[in-house]
Ligand binder design. Structure first.
Ligand SMILES: N[C@@H](CCC(=O)N[C@@H](CS)C(=O)NCC(=O)O)C(=O)O
Length: 195
């Protein structure tokens, strides 16, 4: 049995969505970052944390990769060329979407006020437009980044699309919107949002 710590408005949503896609049972503790339930497993206070058999796993992409490998789903096998391409998409999303959104969040409400540089957000938003263009090139004909097979790279992209919307980042071009809608219309996405 898995336990997911972290509320669905954070990167914990990625893990909730993945577990819903896998159809495996789990318990959800919708704690905010730095809550006692988080710190008792991960002193840094960051979410998500996944507990399995008393072991705490951290960092959403590492957790997704673990779950995908363990359940042989939403991934190509390690050591294959397909996996190398899939991992390239994952790294792209972390570098060119997650990092921009996270930096904007830090300069909005995470950093102490005296360390925030609000103007950096305009630069990040402009950069994000190029990230979306590059994501569209990677998607090609789709329907998923790896063609007919949905992988954890799509889970990261889908989550970042919602995050971008909430952060009022630029909208995706129309073909990419169709892809994001495809992800959001998955029953597992909707179940994960409701937990
Ligand atoms: N690389 C980590 C980042 C985790 C992270 O920073 N989570 C945010 C919530 S989405 C958090 O807990 N922030 C609190 C903090 O940075 O102090 C992951 O992907 O899980």
């Amino acid at each position: 049995m898995y336990t997911v710590i972290g509320n669905a408005r954070t990167r914990a949503f990625r893990i909730l969505w993945m577990l819903e896609e896998l159809g495996v049972p789990y318990t959800h503790i919708p704690a905010a970052p730095h809550a006692d339930e988080v710190r008792s497993h991960y002193p840094a206070g960051k979410v998500p944390v996944l507990i399995e058999d008393g072991t705490a796993l951290t960092d959403s992409t590492a957790i997704l990769t673990y779950l995908a490998d363990k359940h042989s789903a939403f991934t190509f096998p390690a050591g294959t060329l397909d996996r190398a391409h899939q991992d390239g998409h994952t790294q792209f999303i972390l570098d060119e979407m997650d990092a921009l959104l996270w930096t904007a969040a830090r300069h909005s409400f995470i950093l102490p006020e005296q360390d925030r540089v609000p103007d950096v957000k305009n630069s990040l938003k402009r950069e994000f437009v190029h990230s979306l263009e590059r994501l569209q090139q990677r998607l090609g004909e789709g329907p998923y980044l790896m063609g007919d097979t949905m992988t954890i790279a799509d889970i990261l992209a889908g989550h970042c699309s919602r995050w971008a919307e909430n952060a009022k980042f630029p909208d995706a071009p129309a073909p990419l919107q169709v892809y994001f809608e495809r992800l959001r219309n998955r029953p597992a996405w909707q179940r994960a949002g409701q937990t």
